[in-house]
Design a protein around this ligand. Structure first.
Ligand SMILES: [Zn+2]
Length: 418
């Protein structure tokens, strides 16, 4: 199977046009609503995708009451018995910046100079902001108008999948096994798999929600939350000698014992950290919450042992003080599950190379929906969607990334039929 020039032209056209169509639909999610999906407007994109999947010959296309879209593409003749795979992308955009009335600007044949924005004269995008721009000189680049994010996270992922679907529909010689597509709501607020129907997904899936062209993410953090409650003793401060146990004062001394170089602002690559993200209280009671992150579970376990030791030491030093330590496991490093099925990684890595891209097999200093699915039994690495500077007004995507994303999907499907 070869993706000939004519097909590449189609993928470019379809990838670009569909991307420009999807970003015009406001799908910002919202942590504050407490509903599912968090915002009703995500149904607008979901319903459009249902129509498009139906037009492209998908079967059992549905959008459920929680705004998850599913559709199945039957295998090419003769490949019905091959391994089904799932392609996943999320429909919502991050609440970090506005996603309303996105007006994309296409910068043709990017010349390397700072990019200016029509609706935000104070904003510029330079190679210092994003060294990758150097690589994209000569390519057409899409940005927002400077007053919204662009929405490449993750509408570029959806556009890549849909462009591949167009190619499968038009060129039966592009062989594939059974394919399930799934578009999810509320990924940006951590709810992208909460209500996902596991029964609708095949044994192996891929999310298309990574960064620049060529990326394949197979590792994420092993993630814990540590909640530490300090119970003190309050008396009138004028008569407190040898009696008062000031919970919030002691909590701040406790926090000061956490190694400063093991914080998010001092770590990168494979280094883990303690991150203090909440602290409040008074003399009687104080509470601090840390998140613990590392790529090795045993390193996080060492952090928990250290916190336990601090607890013992502090309770000895301050008579009457009671510290309560609670640890919750938020998510696991997906590599643990992916390593049991190396072919899932391998076929994706090959597909990226077949699309003439430099493979960048890497890790995410965060979690993905794929990590959660992997832990629940469906190994799901994360492949690039092509956008850069996600969640910001400067978010952008080089247009060729939309074509390359679709090419990778076509090769991936091919690799699974052998
Ligand atoms: Zn995303």
């Amino acid at each position: 199977m070869e993706i000939i020039k004519e097909m590449q032209a189609l993928l470019l056209e379809e990838g670009k046009n569909r991307f420009l169509k999807y970003i015009k639909i406001d799908t910002t999610s919202d942590e504050g609503t407490g509903t599912f999906p968090s915002t009703k407007k995500q149904f607008d994109l979901g319903k459009l995708l249902v129509e498009e999947l139906n037009d492209l010959g998908f079967e059992k296309v549905v959008i459920d009451e929680n705004c998850f879209v599913y559709g199945d593409l039957l295998a090419s003749k003769g490949y019905e018995k091959t391994q089904p795979i799932g392609l996943i992308a999320h429909m919502d955009t991050s609440p970090s910046e506005s996603g309303t009335n996105i007006e994309p600007v296409i910068h043709e044949k990017y010349n390397g100079k700072p990019i200016k924005y029509p609706k935000n004269p104070d904003l510029t995008l330079t190679i210092e902001d994003s060294p990758l721009l150097e690589k994209f000189k000569g390519m057409d680049i899409i940005t927002s108008s400077g007053d919204t994010l662009l929405g490449a996270d993750d509408k570029a992922g959806i556009a890549g999948i849909m462009a591949a679907a167009v190619a499968w529909h038009k060129y039966p010689e592009l062989k594939h096994g059974p394919i399930t597509v799934c578009f999810t709501p509320d990924e940006e607020i951590g709810q992208g798999t909460t209500k996902i129907n596991m029964d609708r997904l095949p044994e192996f899936c891929y999310t298309f929600d990574g960064g620049e062209m060529g990326e394949l993410e197979i590792e994420c953090f092993d993630a814990w939350k540590a909640t530490i409650t300090f119970n003190g003793i309050s008396v009138h401060p004028g008569y407190a000698k040898n009696i008062m146990v000031n919970a919030i004062d002691i909590a701040s001394r406790f926090v000061a014992q956490i190694p400063e170089d093991e914080s998010p602002q001092h770590t990168e690559n494979r280094e883990g950290f303690y991150h203090l993200y909440a602290m409040d209280g008074n003399c009687v009671k104080a509470k601090t919450v840390f998140i613990l992150r590392d790529f090795e579970k045993k390193n996080n376990e060492a952090k928990m042992v250290y916190l336990e030791k601090l607890k013992t030491a502090f309770e000895e030093r301050y008579r009457g003080l009671k510290i309560n330590l609670e640890f919750d496991h938020s998510y696991e490093n997906m590599i643990v599950y992916l390593e049991e099925h190396p072919e899932v990684i391998q076929k994706a890595a090959e597909a990226i190379k077949m699309a003439d891209l430099e493979l960048n097999q890497t890790l995410i200093r965060g979690g993905t929906d794929g990590a959660r699915l992997s832990a629940r039994g469906i190994p799901t690495p994360n492949i690039f969607a092509g956008g850069v500077l996600f969640h910001s007004l400067k978010e952008y995507i080089p247009i060729p990334a939309l074509q390359k994303s679709a090419e990778v999907i076509l090769y991936l499907a091919k690799n699974w039929i052998g």
